[in-house]
Design a protein around this ligand. Structure first.
Ligand SMILES: C[S@@+](CC[C@H](N)C(=O)[O-])C[C@H]1O[C@@H](n2cnc3c(N)ncnc32)[C@H](O)[C@@H]1O
Length: 209
């Protein structure tokens, strides 16, 4: 296994995170390493495409759109000395997220609407990183609100954008151009790329304030 990022490993073209825990979503576990499946996690897809995020492992991270915790579980392996505030508003996936948080001390599961950060502002502290994967038309506005409330001055963010969720009547490349323009208007763009072949018509945007 070759460590390519803190607690993230590559072996024979497959990605793994180092874990003290068992399988969460049917992924293979090989002597303390959990396979990180790029078709199931956009962050894994981004890393397999060669992009890196220099986590120290101690970061506080706010995750918007945690669903049942597929990507959160791997981030919890990576940020083994940090904390993840995982926001999800749908009750069904949240049940599985709760199960995950029961065995892992570094996940705080929050059943809230990410478009109303004022409601969870009494619980979430200032964070180093915001991760957003919510497939919503107004996801940039939601990101901006959460940045205003929670992101530290030197903080960075990563968002996953699905073209169809923003505008199903315009071509994906036009949608991505417009979303990237809006991000660049207010923030520094660190990297952006498509998530093909793992996630069709999706891009990631990595930036900082
Ligand atoms: C594509 S899924 C996330 C998958 C997850 N990030 C992963 O990689 O494991 C999008 C999730 O965002 C949630 N979501 C959408 N809008 C939201 C909002 N305003 N507040 C909280 N969660 C939201 C949905 O319920 C859904 O579970």
């Amino acid at each position: 296994m070759k460590e390519i990022m803190r607690n993230v490993y590559l072996k024979d073209g497959n990605l793994f995170t180092k874990s003290r825990y068992g399988s969460h979503y049917g992924e293979k576990v090989l002597s303390g390493y959990r396979e990180w499946i790029p078709w199931r996690s956009k962050l894994a897809a981004m890393i397999l495409k060669g992009y890196r995020i220099s986590f120290s492992g101690k970061e506080k991270l706010l995750y918007l759109g945690a669903a049942s915790g597929t990507t959160v579980s791997h981030l919890a392996d990576i940020l083994d000395e940090g904390i993840i505030y995982a926001v999800e508003y749908a009750a069904k996936p949240f049940v599985k997220l709760l199960e995950l948080a029961k065995e892992r001390e570094n996940i705080v599961p929050l059943l809230f609407d990410a478009s109303k950060p004022q409601i969870y502002s009494g619980i979430v502290e200032k964070v180093d990183f915001i991760y957003q994967d919510i497939s919503q038309r107004n996801q940039i506005e939601i990101l901006e609100k959460n940045i205003d409330f929670f992101l530290k001055k030197e903080g960075s963010f990563l968002i996953m954008v699905k073209a169809r969720s923003i505008d199903s009547t315009t071509s994906p490349s036009e949608v991505f151009k417009e979303v990237t323009r809006r991000i660049e208007e207010k923030f520094d763009l660190l990297a952006t790329d498509s998530l093909e072949p793992y996630h069709r018509d999706h891009i990631f945007i990595y930036g900082k304030i």
